[in-house]
Design a protein around this ligand. Structure first.
Ligand SMILES: Cc1cc2nc3c(=O)[nH]c(=O)nc-3n(C[C@H](O)[C@H](O)[C@H](O)COP(=O)(O)O)c2cc1C
Length: 188
């Protein structure tokens, strides 16, 4: 038996993306965003509400970074999704996290998150059907502890978390269970 559940966000998993920007005074802001994804091979789309401080910062500086939240920083990542730099000026400082400037764009990299996508702002798509922030990836940087000797990112070392839109849980990404573009070959 199946039940119709109506209209709701029902794609799982959703990522836990940490979007970092500079405020006008050079301090750091960072927000939690689950509504985000890759577009094409070098673009990122983030469905961010236009009134967030992050969006003003992205428009002002033309840049942002996106990190993947990890299991070691759940409270900090959640807090960054609950409090706005529009109201709390020392929002980022309160987390105890640390940031350095990207070598590629005018935006901060949060040192504690192991992998960061550095983006140039392309446009904000507003309106009822707009997708929000569109950015172009200009670099990806990663802590060497999550890389193999050929500089491939080892997902099992990220301790990445994902977001459950049904009951708002955070889950750690689990075991590898298959290989894309390969396991299906036996049915060809
Ligand atoms: C798990 C989680 C996911 C979120 N995803 C989004 C999102 O995709 N888009 C969005 O606009 N806000 C999202 N938020 C809310 C923002 O992170 C929140 O409003 C934040 O305070 C904005 O900060 P800022 O004003 O300093 O930019 C999310 C919050 C949480 C806790």
């Amino acid at each position: 038996m199946r039940k119709d559940l109506g209209v709701k966000p029902a794609i799982f998993p959703m990522p836990v993306l940490m979007v970092a920007t500079y405020n006008e005074d050079g301090t750091v802001d960072c927000m939690n965003a689950a509504w985000g994804m890759m577009a094409d091979m070098n673009k990122v789309i983030l469905n961010l509400t236009e009134t967030h401080k992050t969006v003003s910062n992205i428009k002002a500086r033309g840049a942002f970074t996106v990190s993947i939240a990890d299991n070691g920083h759940i409270a900090e990542s959640d807090f960054l999704g609950m409090v706005s730099a529009n109201n709390v000026k020392d929002k980022f400082e309160r987390t105890g996290l640390h940031a350095i400037k990207s070598n590629f764009v005018d935006a901060p990299i949060i040192e504690e998150y192991p992998i960061t996508i550095e983006c140039k702002f392309i446009e904000y798509q507003g309106g009822e059907n707009g997708c929000g922030v569109v950015g172009e990836i200009v670099n990806v940087s990663a802590d060497t502890k999550v890389l193999d000797e050929d500089e491939n990112v080892l997902v099992e070392k990220l301790n990445a978390i994902m977001y459950d839109p049904f009951l708002h849980g955070y889950y750690q990404v689990g075991n590898k269970v298959g290989q894309a573009f390969s396991d299906g070959s036996k049915l060809k």
